[in-house]
Design a protein around this ligand. Structure first.
Ligand code: NDP
Length: 312
């Protein structure tokens, strides 16, 4: 059972399992949305577990948002995520779920840190104040994973993805992530015959993972990763790309022929947040990531074809 199964990551898992022979042959998947029940509420959560009796749970449901809503609603980000995570984890214990994989994020790492960041550094200092409500709530998943294992022998773990993009994303320009926002802006610039404006200098570096690759790796985690400690699911340090290069790839995928302009009066944000994927490479050395060109082409085509209904 996948909580939050209708979001960006859930869509990636669904696309992977729809063609994965092992999943088709031996596994049955349930993808939940908030319409199946509000996971902030224990009784609704219990009703879902009673109804589906899952043997394995991937927990994605969360209150997520961009920088401005994180800044403005710290209390709600903390409380709602704590409630959702507490209800899901406790139900996994009560209903004897064989394994739980929950989703953390690289933005929960300490603000002041050395690079590259790795799995051992999650609790080494306070997160950036802008998203402390979200970050502390997420960090408690890792704490509780170890507590549940120690006290009840539960098989709980978590993954830490870097920046995710793909079909089914939230393409909001004002409150979304960088790539879907740029895809939407590029679409509009093309329609209007205007330049594509990129906020900042374009020099910050990021690691981006295609949601179907993340889906495949989350299923791999469920089947093959047996530690309680989190694992970073990301492309390598050598695959970091600048925002400028990402914007040019989007322009190319959208067949945009105008100029790509950098609004250098807008803030750049953190220059880099490099994450180390050595643990993943050691445990799953043969995994092949989708190239950003191919992943962005798929995301751009999907956005254009689904413009009316896409989240934006
Ligand atoms: P989305 O916003 O795309 O999807 C969120 C999902 O959670 C939806 O299915 C939504 O249901 C569900 N949901 C939200 N609130 C509730 C609730 N109260 N009760 C039940 N279901 C609820 O999120 P993503 O797919 O982007 O994120 C999935 C996970 O990955 C999250 O835990 C997030 O923290 C993490 N993550 C995401 C990153 C990213 O770049 N997107 C980066 C790193 C980590 P509905 O569709 O009905 O609203």
């Amino acid at each position: 059972m996948v909580t939050g199964g209708t979001g960006l990551v859930g869509c990636g898992i669904k696309e992977f399992v729809d063609t994965d022979p092992e999943a088709q042959k031996n596994e049955e998947y349930i993808f939940l949305s908030s319409k199946d029940g509000d996971l902030r509420d224990m009784e609704s959560t219990k009703a879902i577990f009673e109804k589906y009796k899952p043997t394995h749970v991937i927990h994605l449901a969360a209150r997520v948002g961009g920088l401005f809503s994180n800044l403005k609603y710290k209390v709600e980000f903390f409380r709602e995520n704590i409630l959702i995570n507490d209800n899901v984890m406790e139900c996994c214990r009560i209903y004897k779920v064989e394994k739980l994989v929950s989703c953390l994020s690289t933005c929960i790492f300490p603000d002041k840190t050395t690079y590259p960041i790795d799995e051992t550094m999650v609790h080494n200092g306070p997160p950036h104040t802008s998203n402390e409500g979200y970050a502390y709530a997420k960090r408690m998943i890792d704490v509780l994973n170890r507590c549940y294992k120690g006290e009840y022998g539960c098989n709980f773990t978590s993954v830490i993805p870097t920046n995710i993009y793909g079909k089914g994303d939230n393409f909001s320009i004002d409150n979304g992530h960088v790539l879907p926002g740029l895809i939407h802006k590029c679409y509009k610039a093309k329609q209007a015959g205007e330049d594509l404006h990129v906020w900042g200098t374009g020099s910050p570096l990021r690691q981006f993972i295609y949601n179907v690759d993340l889906g495949a790796l989350m299923i791999w985690t469920m089947r093959n990763y047996h530690e309680v400690d989190p694992i970073i699911l990301s492309v390598g340090e050598e695959d970091e790309v600048s925002i400028a290069d990402a914007a040019k790839m989007i322009a190319s995928a959208m067949n945009f022929e105008g100029n790509v302009v950098f609004d250098t009066d807008k803030s750049d944000g953190q220059f880099k947040k490099t994450a180390c994927n050595d643990l993943l490479k050691k445990k799953n050395p043969d995994f092949k990531f989708t190239s950003m060109q191919d992943g962005l082409k798929a995301a751009c085509d999907w956005f254009c074809e689904n413009y009316e209904t896409a989240r934006k």
